[in-house]
Design a binder for this molecule. Structure first.
Ligand SMILES: NC(=O)c1ccc[n+]([C@@H]2O[C@H](COP(=O)([O-])OP(=O)(O)OC[C@H]3O[C@@H](n4cnc5c(N)ncnc54)[C@H](OP(=O)(O)O)[C@@H]3O)[C@@H](O)[C@H]2O)c1
Length: 269
């Protein structure tokens, strides 16, 4: 069953809508006629995006400036969403850290788990009952190819994305026949903006331009896949290669190889 058609009462929610893939998802949803609720911490950027979407697409837009790594802030948002008609939820907001976990800021690592995993779980549980009751809805989970394998020097991120990947594909199985679609977006690198040469990461330098997918393209592909209730979207050759390598290679072999690569991302040459 396709995702619900836009309606004046219904809202599509996008977390992490102030940047990158989330902003592209919000634009694409609005272009398809969906009224949206934009969630992220930087309310001023969300308000600018809201004004753009209202004038360009004529949809209703609500802004919620919420720190999703703070359970006390997530709770009222969940209560609000549970009480409104939510047709689509895009669990997109996420952060990553690189380097040995013991050397990283413990507070930030814990916040990463709360944002990347707990908030995804909380928001999903908040909207699921109404979607099942109506027999329609769509949940897009933004996991990562990084969630398919152990990644030393990216441990917290890889573990949280393993949670998202597995939660998404497990939930989809539970919801078969309910009319609620669940799709996992599990990309490798997505270019959300072209970096200045001095800011380019090792990934920017190593991966040739033609292998990158833009966030606009990824957003459109993801929403098309959600509409068809595809289990997983893996955009582009690079992402597919990472996905296959992570899925089929022995974990004990993969871990030291990717660990060396990610050590460089952490700034350790
Ligand atoms: N880009 C890639 O190469 C890639 C690859 C694989 C997976 N992904 C996944 O795709 C998703 C989006 O990635 P992106 O590259 O588009 O990221 P991005 O440009 O860095 O955007 C991250 C978004 O998350 C929001 N966010 C961060 N901390 C938050 C918090 N505590 N509370 C609420 N919102 C918060 C940010 O908004 P505020 O700062 O305004 O709060 C921002 O809107 C993430 O889950 C990421 O793991 C990305």
């Amino acid at each position: 069953m396709p995702v619900p058609a836009p309606s004046p009462a219904a809202r599509a929610v996008v977390t992490g809508a102030s940047s990158g893939i989330g902003m592209a998802l919000a634009r694409e949803l609005a272009a398809r006629g969906h009224s949206v609720i934009l969630v992220a911490r930087r309310g001023e950027i969300l308000e600018e995006l809201a004004a753009e979407l209202r004038s360009r697409s004529g949809v209703a837009v609500d802004v919620r400036a919420v720190d999703l790594s703070d359970p006390a802030a997530v709770e009222p948002l969940c209560t609000e969403l549970a009480g409104r008609e939510i047709s689509i939820l895009c669990n997109n907001a996420g952060i990553a850290t690189f380097g040995p976990v013991a050397e990283l800021d413990p507070a930030y690592e814990r916040a990463q788990v709360r944002l990347n995993a707990n908030a995804v779980h909380d928001l999903t549980l908040a909207v699921l009952p109404q979607m099942i009751r109506r027999g329609s809805g769509g949940i897009l989970m933004v996991g990562s190819a990084a969630g398919n394998m152990p990644i030393p020097n990216n441990a917290t991120y890889a573990a949280t994305k393993a949670f998202v990947n597995t939660f998404s594909e497990s939930l989809r199985g539970e919801l078969t026949g309910t009319g609620v679609n669940v799709t996992l977006l599990a990309p490798g690198p997505v270019r959300t903006q072209t970096p200045a040469p001095e800011d380019a990461s090792i990934v920017d330098k190593l991966v040739p331009d033609f292998l990158w997918h833009s966030s606009d393209r990824v957003a459109a592909m993801s929403l098309d896949a959600l509409s068809r209730n595809k289990m997983r979207v893996v955009p582009g050759t690079l992402s597919k290669t990472m996905s296959v390598a992570g899925g089929y290679s022995p974990r004990a072999v993969v871990a030291p190889i990717v660990g060396r690569f990610y050590r460089k991302l952490g700034g350790d040459e």
